[in-house]
Design a protein around this ligand. Structure first.
Ligand SMILES: [Zn+2]
Length: 408
């Protein structure tokens, strides 16, 4: 019997069943193509007690999810400018200076903290992945290589390392024990400190049918309402919220201690009211999601078959987790999509898990003379299309989500 990862209720309502899928980062070598491949059920449920949307738990060896394919945030120019703007805004809003202390959880390669270092604001990054942590150190950013949890936060607090600002961007959804992580935030935060959390918004996932953001390593899909309850359980209060365009629609939540001086903005309740209006706190809001997902799958498969019958080549771009969820659910194999291009050298020469589509450097695009390039990371479609156009001009671009759409 499954339990809600926040409130432990067994009252879970099924939202989406994506069949069986391999871990999204289990890229294969040529030799591994001849071996059996591990796949696991990929299902999401909503808890009818606290309305947290979450992947269904199952027992698997932890090492399955060890990420050998570190994503370096600094390789994306749009992420770098998003981080810079955030640092300027937050420094001015909360008067951060050389006496402040900023801690970022999942600091990656220092793409964000480098702005605080440049502004002479003391900071520390916590980052579990060795490659990205050492890239951050090379930029003179102090880094602890670890997974953040309540024990670690307590130890830091004991050493007087509490933070005026805790930044946790795009990590909350990847944490299996969301209650322990939240308790850690509480312990690490100074009395009048501020936490900002960014995460993809459940409302965008449902409205834009962004089902490819669902994979095993992504444990929770948050409404503001659910996050408010999770934080309230550890005596943290959400006092402000902003909507962002990142990841196809994210929230930036501002939280503080319950009794802290920060005034709660009316925006918090307004956004929860908007979520309620979209029926996120009743079964109704989830009931037709599977059929919307199936329509996207069918449209894409039909498109690829038609192109093949017309003798036109379609290739893909972006060998990331997103693409794997879509391709595996749709059952697309190299006969319909012969290659996926990706700039990450660590993936080139390997094969996508499940679909076994080969991954090549974008230098090879011209050899395939594609009529259409299917861009899998639809959230940065413009950035990718622009970079492809610099080397190869004679093709159309297509995205599959929220619906099949072509750009000439
Ligand atoms: Zn629950």
């Amino acid at each position: 019997m499954s339990h809600c990862r926040h409130c432990h209720s067994t009252n879970l309502f099924p939202v989406l069943d994506l069949g069986f899928a391999p871990p999204s980062n289990a890229y294969l070598t040529k030799e591994q193509l001849h071996q059996s491949e591990l796949t696991l059920p990929l299902r999401i449920n909503v808890c009818e007690q606290c309305w947290l949307v979450q992947t269904q738990d199952f027992t698997v060896p932890e090492q399955l999810f060890v990420d050998d394919y570190a994503y370096f945030s600094s390789t994306s120019s749009s992420w770098l400018s998003h981080a810079k703007q955030y640092c300027e805004m937050i420094t001015s809003r909360f008067n951060l200076n050389q006496d402040s202390y900023v801690v970022e959880i999942a600091a990656n390669d220092g793409y964000l903290l480098q702005n605080f270092v440049a502004a002479h604001i003391p900071c520390l990054g916590i980052e579990p992945t060795a490659d990205t942590a050492s890239a951050a150190r090379a930029k003179n950013i102090p880094i602890v290589q670890a997974f953040f949890n309540a024990n670690m936060a307590q130890e830091m607090a004991n050493k007087g390392q509490q933070a005026d600002l805790i930044v946790a961007n795009n990590v909350f959804a990847h944490v299996p024990d969301i209650n322990d992580f939240s308790l850690g935030l509480h312990k690490l935060l100074k009395a009048n400190g501020v936490i900002t959390l960014e995460f993809p918004h459940l409302l965008s996932l449902l409205e834009q049918v962004q089902f490819d953001t669902i994979y095993h390593e992504h444990f929770s899909y948050f409404s503001l309402f659910a996050v408010k309850q999770i934080l309230a359980k550890v005596d943290l209060r959400i006092f402000d919220v902003e909507t962002l365009n990142t990841h196809g629609g994210s929230l930036r939540v501002y939280a503080c201690h319950l009794d802290s001086a920060h005034q709660t903005s009316a925006r918090v309740q307004q956004l929860i009211d908007q979520e309620a209006a979209h029926r996120l706190f009743q079964r109704d809001g989830y009931q037709n999601f599977q059929s919307k997902v199936d329509k996207i799958k069918n449209d894409l498969v039909r498109f690829l078959i038609e192109k093949k019958e017309q003798g036109k080549t379609v290739v893909a771009y972006g060998a990331a987790a997103k693409g794997n969820t879509l391709l595996n659910y749709a059952g697309i194999k190299p006969d319909l999509l012969p290659v996926v291009f990706d700039a990450a050298k660590s993936k080139q020469g390997k094969f996508l898990p499940g679909s076994h589509i080969p991954i090549l450097s974008p230098n090879h695009i011209e050899q395939y003379s594609p009529e259409t390039i299917l861009i899998l990371p639809w959230n940065i479609v413009c950035e990718i299309a622009e970079s492809i156009t610099k080397r190869y001009k004679n093709c159309n671009f297509t995205i599959a989500i929220p619906s099949l759409k072509s750009y000439e």
